[in-house]
Structures are given as C-alpha cells and as structure tokens.
Design a protein around this ligand. Structure first.
Ligand code: NDP
Ligand code: GDR
Length: 356
C-alpha cells in the first residue's frame, strides 16, 4: 500500500513539528512548507528530516509562503496530498496589532489561496482540509465555557483574520462539498512553544533566573485567564478531525482555566521559589518570598490595545464524536516546560563556557 500523503503548511512551527511526528509515526509521507529565512528556521523539525538522497525518505520540505498563490497552486499540484493541514499563520496576537495587514494577508487571504488552489486543480473531492482555527475567535466571549455554538467576537487583527479563514473554510465545504473542517483550538503549549508566547517566556525566565543568567521577568496582564493544554494532545485531535466521516467544526480544549499569575507561581514553584505579590496594576511586583528579590515586574508595553480576558473551552462534541480527550494536565505541562528549559539553559551556558 502506498503511504498516505499529507501537506502541512506552518511545518516549522510548534504544531507543525508535533503533527509531522505524529503522521510519520502513522506511516504517512509528509510534505511541509517552510519559508525562506536568512537564518535557520527548521530547528523544530530537524530531527525528523532525512537526506532526500537516501531511499525510504518520507519527510520532505518545500519552500513556500501563504502570500504567494502561484507557489501554493504548484505545491498542491506537485505533492497531490490526500490531506492538507493549514497551520501556517502570523500567530502572535500582540504582533498582529503591529502588522495587521500582513496578518490579514497570511492568515485570512492565505487560507483562501490554499482552498482556491485545491479547487482550481479540480481536487476539491480528493483532498481533506484542516484549518487551524482558534479560541481567539470568541474574544470577548458572551458565555463560558465556549463551545461550537458560542458566537464569535474577535478582539485583535489576528482574530479578525482567523474569523475570515474560519468562514471561508465553512463556505468551501458548503459550496463545493469539500471535506474541509475547522479545529477551534484553545491555547496549547509545550517545550517547543515559541519563546515570545507567555508560557514559554515564563518557563525560560524561570530557568535563566535559576541559573543566574537573568534577574527579572517583565510581563503584561497577569490576570488574563486561558485554557492551556499540551500541543501533543492537540496534534492528535487535528488528525482525528481529518479522519472523521463528515467535515465539521470542533472545539479542542481542556475545560480548565488558569491565570497568567497562576502559571507564574507554579513555574517558579518548580525551582522551589514562592512568589509574594505587592502593589497593583503597572506597579505590581512579584518577589521571591525568601530573598525579597523582585523577580517579576510589569512592562505596560505588553498590554494589548484590546485584551481577551477569559477563555475556557467545552470540548464535549470532540469527546463524543471523535473520541478525543487531552492527556496532559496543567501541572504536568508547566513542569515539563520548566524542566526542558532548565536543561536548555544548562546546555547553552555549557556551550558558551566552551567557546569563551
Ligand atoms: P507557530 O507560530 O509556532 O508556527 C506558525 C508557522 O507558520 C511557522 O511554521 C511559520 O513559519 C509559519 N508561517 C508564518 N507566516 C507564514 C507565511 N506567510 N507563509 C508560510 N508560513 C508561514 O504557531 P503554532 O504552531 O503554535 O500554531 C499553528 C497554527 O495554529 C497557527 O495557525 C496558529 O494561529 C493556530 N493556533 C495555535 C494555537 C496555539 O495555542 N498554539 C491555538 C489555536 C490556533 P516560520 O517558522 O518561518 O516563522
Ligand atoms: P494568546 O497567547 O494571545 O492567548 O494567543 P499569549 O501567550 O501571547 O498570551 C496569553 C495571555 O498572556 C498575556 N500576557 C502576555 N503575553 C505575552 N505574549 N507576553 C507577555 O509578556 C505577557 N504578559 C501577559 C496576554 O495579554 C494574553 O492575555 C495564543 C497564540 O498561540 C494564538 O496563535 C492562538 O490562536 C491562541 O493562543 C489560542
């Protein structure tokens, strides 16, 4: 039996790496789209990469960009995938306020370009399509927990672009009978999470402070609450969505929510530090209870023009229809991320000491 072929956009990101590993483990031939960059950007998938000159290769990387329609058409034509996972996006909410037009282009119109490539090539009935939709669509949510029936109220250029991508995916499903589905995924993290998202920023800082390489962690809104799960569990859910008999839209979430402040406290607890908070708003400081050192300070630059205060998902539909459920809980996630960053910081400082 020839291997099933999958095309993943955003393969070099956190989710792209977990999904590639999952699909390769299931015997797929995986093709990933990476962007040209002046420095290496394939670190997360380097361990999956095989020399294309060798036999038995089943992981391929192609240059591409969601803003380039001709490139997407050619890739879909050449790869002829059975499944396409559209994970590529300018995925940082705060950055989307700085680059709103680019975000709309890559995240919103980019999704349309890929769907059109499939349609133009006459592959609408041959390809299954997954769109990486997001809990950010709920924004200022009118109810908690949020499910597939909760109305959307986007609060950032990122969320507004993803709203277009969500609806254009629904439209191509209805208009052309495509097997096109949205996974409405709540925040998911891992040791491979980008360093500027709040969880990884915190766990990296905890490790660097522990090793004496950093003194202060600057954060924005400590009271935002999120439903944080592990990316590995969510990659499994993406695959299950695509395997389902009929295309639809599903929420993937843990159903638990915690504040940024709780994340900070639990992360520092991994290195036996207890945080004592004092002051309010931009003046708030988090001190090491034992030493009195100011470990956490507020930098208002990290406040967003419009914030999403609270997200908590209801994944009952995915549990009942897909049999999906998350395996890793909040405590385990925080512990895994801190442990991983402690090792990373140790390796980095060892390397620096060798080259000094
Ligand atoms: P990352 O930011 O880690 O990865 C994004 C990927 O998209 C990277 O491979 C990036 O390439 C690529 N990319 C960005 N812009 C373009 C472009 N113009 N053309 C081609 N590729 C591009 O995100 P995650 O892995 O965390 O998330 C994957 C998807 O899921 C994203 O669409 C995100 O918006 C969405 N999502 C994520 C959630 C989460 O909690 N992680 C929750 C819900 C949805 P490069 O490496 O070169 O930057
Ligand atoms: P989010 O993730 O915006 O939910 O989007 P992020 O980790 O950036 O922010 C979560 C919350 O933490 C608050 N916060 C800070 N955030 C960052 N990045 N840096 C800080 O210093 C800081 N201090 C406080 C934020 O204000 C926010 O409330 C992520 C992305 O992966 C999206 O692509 C995805 O769609 C959603 O999750 C679901």
């Amino acid at each position: 039996m020839p291997a099933k072929v999958a095309l993943i956009t955003g393969v070099t990101g956190q989710d792209g790496a977990y999904l590639s590993e999952l699909l390769l483990g299931k015997g797929y031939e995986v093709h990933g789209v990476k962007r040209r960059s002046s420095s290496f950007n394939t670190e997360r998938v380097d361990r999956l990469y095989q020399d294309p000159h060798e036999a038995q290769t089943n992981f391929y990387l192609h240059y591409g960009d969601m803003t380039d329609a001709t490139n997407l058409i050619r890739l879909v034509q050449e790869v002829r995938p059975a499944e396409i996972y559209n994970l590529a996006a300018q995925s940082h909410v705060a950055v989307s306020f700085e680059t709103p037009e680019y975000t709309a282009n890559a995240d919103g119109t980019g999704t349309l370009r890929l769907l059109e490539a499939i349609r133009i090539l006459g592959m609408a009935n041959d390809v299954r399509f997954y769109q990486a939709s997001t809990s950010e669509l709920y924004g200022q949510a009118v109810e908690t927990p949020q499910s597939e029936t909760t109305p959307f109220h986007p609060r950032s250029p990122y969320a507004a672009a993803k709203l277009y991508a969500y609806w254009i995916t629904v439209n191509y499903r209805q208009a052309y009978g495509m097997h096109a589905s949205n996974g409405i995924l709540f925040n998911h993290e891992s040791p491979m999470r980008g360093e500027t998202f709040v969880t990884r920023k915190i766990t990296r800082a905890v490790a660097a402070i522990e090793k004496g390489l950093q003194s202060t962690l600057y954060l924005g809104n400590l009271d935002a609450k999120r439903d944080w799960g592990h990316a590995r569990d969510y990659a499994e859910g993406m695959w299950q969505i695509v395997q389902h008999d009929h295309p639809d839209d599903w929420v993937l979430a843990t159903g638990e929510c915690h504040s940024v402040r709780e994340f900070v406290e639990l992360a520092f607890a991994q290195t036996d530090r207890k945080i004592a908070w004092e002051g309010r708003g931009a003046e708030e400081v988090g001190r090491d209870e034992k030493t009195g050192e100011a470990l956490i300070k507020i930098d208002p630059r990290y406040f967003r023009p419009t914030e999403v205060d609270l997200l908590r998902g209801d994944a009952s539909k995915a549990r009942e229809e897909l049999g999906w459920q998350h395996r890793t809980g909040f405590d385990e996630l925080v512990k895994e991320m801190v442990q991983s960053d402690l090792k990373l910081v140790e390796r980095e400082s060892w390397r620096q000491s060798r080259t000094a």
